[in-house]
Design a protein around this ligand. Sequence first.
Ligand code: GDP
Ligand code: MG
Length: 454
Amino acid sequence: MSENYRAPIVVVVGHVDVGKTLLLDKIRNTMVAYREPGMITQHIGLSYLPWPIIEKYAAPVIERYRLKGKVWVKGFLMVDTPGHAAFSNLRRRGGSVADLAILVIDLTRGFEEQTYESLILLKSRNIPFVVAANKVDRIYGWKPIPNASILDSYNAQDEETQGRLEEALANIIMDFNKQGFEAERFDRITDFSRQVPIVPTSAVTGEGIPDLLVLMAGLTQRLVKDRLRLVGGPGKGVVMEVKEEKGLGTTMDVVLYDGVMRKGDTIVAMGLNGPVVTRIRMMVMPKPLDEMRDPEDKYMHINEVEAAAGVKVIADGLDDVVPGSSVYVVQGDPKPYIDEVVKDAASVKIETDQIGVVAKADTLGTLEAMVLYLRSQGIPVRKADIGPVTRRDIIDASVVRRKNPLYGVVLAFNVKVPKEVEEEAKVQLVTIFQNNILYRLVEEFTKWFNEEKS
Ligand code: GDP
Ligand code: MG
């Protein structure tokens, strides 16, 4: 059954310091103990955790839920470096390339600023998610059982300690309720299509991680199965990041979600100044960790890659490519591919003469997240574009301002405002709102809007 299905792409999101990186490290390192040669492969920005290893790691949990032989998920491609920009850029026409997410919350702290931000992004992209309520080992009185199922661990705690965990979970559940989500401890869920499952975990002791992985497999089979069916043919992906790399020049990190990409292929992606058509000169992936002697020499060249995968592409003309853009391998006439890429970008960039705000963001992914969120808040958008705030943006906002002063503003998300543009804004009486946290940005605008209105 698994042949025409790819591994799901899983993003790990949450507030800073909740343990996202350590959780992934812990999973990788624990799995190495069960490793058969070459099984845990590193991709660009992703690492692949094959199910056969998880099966050994999580054997008691699989047994408990009688899942043996019923799991067809090949493994998980975990996105290591989410950050909000990277996460937003895993986009695909109003949706996401990510099939599933793990929202990590620090049990001892509950909801934090970026927890809300992550929720907004998950909701706007319609990504199913599980919650890892991490740092369970920090619950006062906790006696760890390394790498155990959290249910076994929980049952081994004394009553007061169990009570303290329940209290921390109840707070998180309440915060979810306030955000319009129903959440519940994973083993108490009655309806997975409606309730968000919470798994207490520890990235230090490994407790709860088997439960988390098995739960993810279950949800994948239930909720995202259709997304994983491969069409095949020429590669389809998204540009996660564009960056300069020593010795390689400008490179583009691509997450391939369908088809095949080969060295020498012609590809199309969206650039700041229109579509970019180019040929793949080189593709690299990280060397296996045990073969990496010199950190300067961390990549191996590859000729071909199959979805799902993360790969670094080197080609001419990449400087111009916008992160969050779709990227297609061209087979035959490039025109339909170019049209597709342009249409996709046009679904995000907005240029109208209606009354509304001017929205600026740094990438196609962050811009799309921003527009989706503004719309969900009932805020009209006149113009949405990528890049720093420009004089043109101020003029556009001032045109709106003359008709409706409340919408004649610029919202700048993750982008700079040059000094001279700021000066121009003062002259034109256009207010610029600037913040790197989306809901804060919108909150600041809404507050101003309500004050000005009255
Ligand atoms: P990130 O910013 O979400 O990637 O968080 P990190 O993985 O970098 O972890 C932040 C800090 O929390 C580090 O000092 C970790 O050692 C610590 N930490 C992460 N997970 C746990 C956990 O489960 N238990 C405890 N006690 N500490 C943790
Ligand atoms: Mg981290």
